[in-house]
Design a protein around this ligand. Sequence first.
Ligand code: HSE
Length: 436
Amino acid sequence: MQQSIGIGLAGLGNVGAGVFKHLQANRTLLRERLGLDLEVRRIAVRDSARRASEGFPSALLTENWRELVEDPSVQIVVEVMGRREESLALILESIARKKIVVTANKALLAEHGREIFEAATKYGVPVFYEAAVGGGIPIIKALREALIGNHIISIHGIINGTSNYILTRMQEAGLSFPAALAEAQAAGYAEPDPAFDVNGWDAAHKAIILASLAYGFWVPTDKIFVEGIENLTSADFRFARQLGYGIKLLGIIKATSSTPGSEIEVRVHPTLVPEKHVLASVNGVFNAIAVHGNVVGETLFYGRGAGQDPTSSAILCDIAEAAEALANPRRNLGFMPHGLYGCCKPLDNILSEYYLRLCVEDRPGVIAKISGILGELQIGISSIFQPEADEEGSTVPLVMMLHTATHAQMRTALERIGALDCVCKPPQMIRAEHFS
Ligand code: HSE
C-alpha cells in the first residue's frame, strides 16, 4: 500500500488550474517515481460556485483558505494566490502547523523571505519556490543543490519574459516602446497593468531571490538598483546595433570576491549586451540565466519564464520534493543562510561601462565641452560617433561608449552634461556589460 500525501491548493487561477490539471494527468508517473501518491484534498478559491461550474470537484472547494490550512489531511500547502498580506498569513500559518509550503510568490519572497525562513527554521518546515524565478527553468534547484559546492561569482539573467518580448520587437521590427508594449498586451503576454514587467520590479524580485540564495542572506529591497525599459527608443537599438550590441533587461548579481565579508551587488536595468554573447540571442518571451561558479565555470539555463505549463512544471517539482521531505526530514529547508556574505555594495560604488546618447546643437566646440566634463571626472571615452542629423537639422545625436566608471561618477557627469546649453534633451544613458 503506497503512502498518500495530501495537498492543499490555495488559488485556482491560471497557475493553480495548471497545477491541478498536471497533477491529475501525471499522478501515476509521480507515484511510480516517488513511491508516494499525491492527492489534492482541498482547494481554496474566491468563487466556489463558479469553479464548480467549470468542473472542479465541488467537495474540495472552499472560499476560506484557513479551512485548507487547518485540514489535518493536508500536509503540503501550495500557495498560488499571488497576494501579499493574505498569502503571507497563509504561509506563516501553514509553517506553524508544520505543513510544507510550496509558493510561486516572488514579490512576497523578495519582501518577506527573511521572515518566512525564520519561521521555517523555527518549526523545521521546508518552503520551496522553484516557480518564483524563471518559470519552468529549474534555476532554484540548480543554485540550491547542483551548484552547492561553488562560490557564485556572478549571475546574469533575462528574467522577465514580457519585457524581453517588448525589447525583441523594438530591436527586430524597429517598433517604439508604446507600440511594442501594445503588441505584447494584444498577444496576452503583458498584464493589463504591465507596470511591474516594464518598470523592472518583477525582474528585481526574482533577482533578489537569486542573490539571496546565492549569497546566503536575504537582500533588502532598498539595497538594489532597479531601472525599467520605458525610456528606451528605437534609436537606441539602432545605435547599439551599429556598435555591436543588443539591449536586454538584465538582472545582474555579482560578488566582489569569494572572501568572507565580500560585498555583493544586485541590479536590474536595460543593458547593452555584446551581440556575440549568448544572452543577446535570447528573444521573445524566453528567459535565460547565466551562472558563473568558481568551480563549475560558466553555466546557462534557458526556457520559458512564464505561462501555465512551465510554471506548473516547477510547482510539480516542488510538490515532489515536499513529499519526499515528509518522509525524510532534512537540514536544507529551501534556503541555507550563512555568514560568509551579508552586505550589499553601496549603489554609488557599483562599476559599469556606459552608452551615452545626447541630442546636441550642431556647432563647433560641443564635443570639446562634453569630453571636458567627462575628462574632469576621470571617465574615459572608448568610442564616439555622430550619426545622421535630426529632421530639422539644427541638432544631432551624439553617441559615446564610456569606459568603466562608478554610478556616482556617472550621475555627476549626467547632471553637468545635461545642464549644458548645447545639450537639447535629457541625456540617455544605458549601462553596458562585457561579462569579463
Ligand atoms: N510577468 C512575468 C514575465 C512572468 O513576463 O516574465 C511572471 O513572473
